[in-house]
Design a protein around this ligand. Structure first.
Ligand SMILES: [Zn+2]
Ligand SMILES: [Zn+2]
Length: 197
């Protein structure tokens, strides 16, 4: 079973049928920088920062930072489809990092794709992440993906109301569908939503 959904190209903003492929059907730009940022770019450096668990390095907060997260091996391996999923079904917003606002796209899946730590949390140690965030999905220089902590999403977008793509009921930011629709339409498997119609 499929749903007819439109999303917006993060680069040209034109409407596109979801799920998106590797490139935009309208502006023809490739989205590959969102899973494979070009070497030595800001995005590549950041993806490296968000892959420490994959390299068996410790997850720690850098000086002045309040959050850090890393893909696990599974999330890293699947980052291309996760990024395409976020473009296709994720929610767009603006969030400030430091003093500047950046475009973001957030999408949750019903699986764990990484882990994160936060200075704001009431728990000690890493927390699982089941959401992916695309930071600056409109910028080939800065764009990159990473696992997002719920505590961050709540802090930035906790009051934003979104609707289920299928039935229109209220869902939290970053959740494409309500749990009933996710089960009935996608059998709780995000990959089923990635099959081109
Ligand atoms: Zn486009
Ligand atoms: Zn629904």
């Amino acid at each position: 079973m499929a749903i007819q959904v439109q999303c917006n190209c993060p680069i040209c903003k034109n409407p596109l049928p979801a799920p998106v492929g590797d490139t935009c059907l309208i502006c023809t730009n490739s989205y590959e920088f969102l899973w494979n940022p070009s070497p030595h770019s800001f995005g590549a450096e950041k993806l490296d920062d968000h892959s420490v668990i994959v390299r068996a390095e410790p997850l720690c907060l850098k000086p002045g930072r309040t959050y850090q997260s890393s893909f696990d091996a599974w999330g890293y391996e699947n980052r291309k489809d996760l990024a395409r999923f976020a473009i296709s079904y994720g929610h767009s917003g603006q969030a400030n990092f430091g003093s500047k606002d950046y475009e973001v796209r957030v999408a949750y899946i019903p699986e764990i794709l990484g882990s994160g730590i936060s200075a704001h949390q009431f728990t000690v140690g890493p927390t699982p992440c089941s959401g992916i965030l695309l930071l600056s999905p409109n910028s080939i220089l800065y764009g990159h993906p990473y696992p997002i902590l719920d505590v961050w999403v709540q802090q930035k977008f906790g009051t934003v109301q979104k609707s289920c793509l299928a039935c229109g009921c209220a869902v939290s930011f970053g959740h494409p569908m309500c749990s009933q629709c996710y089960a009935s339409i996608a059998a709780n498997d995000w990959r089923k939503l990635m099959v081109a119609k």
